[in-house]
Design a protein around this ligand. Structure first.
Ligand code: ACO
Length: 315
């Protein structure tokens, strides 16, 4: 397939590190050097589904495609207001599409997993036009009393429209189950047959373990694909990585021996928006003219599970 349109939406509320230090024992002096984050966009009176629909419409507009021409919608999401129906079904209605749709939960690696799913459906001859929307509100998953976690995240939605083409050169998906390193647990409805005490547990994270996994998985996935395609890191024009932490991005860059200008970032102003991070960055680079048609792009993301994925494509 090939990507022919992108779109993104951020919530209007900006929360700076200084604003966090008004109610948390933290500071810009701690957060910025360790993460590269100056501020993040946080959902307030917006609804995630509205942001997802708006991002989808922007991507369709950019692609010059009507919603009714879509053959499939894939939505990557970890949490939103609705447990059911699926967010993709809400997006289908909101955009006026009439095609089947599915939600996936692959944490921050969702965009890469969605690309793989779309490509597989296309190669099976089942679809021509696919909309991917990654919509996330991780700020609703964390405890805002936990300075270890809540300072890292921001919300947003990113979308991409794909159609027939052979621009996707390779995708590598990986998983290495280690569920105690990054997780959130929600309390389900009680039944007469449940006797154990249940509690909601907000997002928990062993930061240094996540950091090590992220660097190893992301540089490993990219290198695997480069080797498979007979390419060197120098032949990639832009690396669009999951925007979790500037130090993670820099470590991956050093593993690949590549210059800073090949790694566009927005973690400084957006924080980590989970699976929305990659398509938001892609959209911003697209609209700013940072990507040139014919450029070779490497995308890579990692997240809870642990799972990770990378894709190499021609823009
Ligand atoms: N402000 C001030 N102090 C803090 C804060 C904060 N926001 N957070 C933690 N600290 C303190 C800790 O309590 C600890 O104090 P102690 O030494 O007295 O116990 C100290 O700072 C050091 O904590 P560390 O965890 O050792 O700090 P580290 O240098 O590892 O940085 C960080 C922490 C930034 C979280 C880093 O480990 C990291 O970036 N990990 C990856 C996290 C990530 O990317 N997660 C998401 C990826 S997956 C996904 O996207 C869902």
């Amino acid at each position: 397939m090939k990507i022919i349109g992108t779109g993104s939406v951020l919530p209007k509320q900006i929360v700076t590190n200084d604003m966090l230090s008004e109610f948390l024992d933290t500071s810009d002096a701690w957060i910025y050097p360790r993460t590269g984050i100056k501020h993040r966009h946080v959902i307030s009176d917006e609804k995630l589904e509205d942001m997802a629909i708006e991002a989808a419409k922007k991507a369709l507009d950019d692609a010059g495609m009507k919603a009714e021409d879509l053959d499939f919608i894939i939505c990557s999401n970890v949490v939103n207001e609705y447990i059911t129906p699926s967010l993709s079904c809400i997006i289908q209605g909101g955009t006026g599409a009439a095609c089947p749709c599915i939600d996936i939960n692959c944490a921050c690696a969702g965009f890469i997993y969605a690309l793989d799913f779309a490509e597989a459906q296309y190669r099976a001859g089942r679809v021509q036009n696919v909309l991917i929307v990654c919509a996330e509100e991780p700020t609703r998953m964390t405890s805002w009393k936990d300075r270890n976690v809540c300072v890292l995240f921001g919300d947003g939605a990113g979308a991409a429209v794909l159609t027939a083409g052979d621009n996707i050169k390779g995708i590598k998906l990986s998983a290495a189950s280690s569920t105690e390193k990054l997780y959130q647990i929600r309390k389900l409805e009680p039944t007469p047959y449940i006797t154990k005490e249940e509690v909601d547990i907000p997002l928990q994270m062993k930061g240094q373990d996540v950091f090590k996994f992220a660097v190893k998985a992301s540089s490993g996935d990219i290198q695997y694909l480069l080797d498979k395609l007979g390419m060197t890191p120098d032949q990639v024009d832009k690396y669009l990585l999951h925007q979790a932490n500037i130090r993670i991005i820099n470590s991956i860059r050093e593993h690949l021996g590549q210059p800073e200008e090949k790694f566009p970032t927005n973690v400084e102003t957006h924080g980590n928006s989970s699976s929305a991070s990659c398509p938001i960055l892609l959209d911003e680079c697209n609209r700013k003219g940072i990507l040139k048609r014919g450029d070779t792009l490497a995308l890579s993301a990692f997240g809870a599970g642990f799972i990770s994925g990378a894709a190499i494509m021609e823009w």
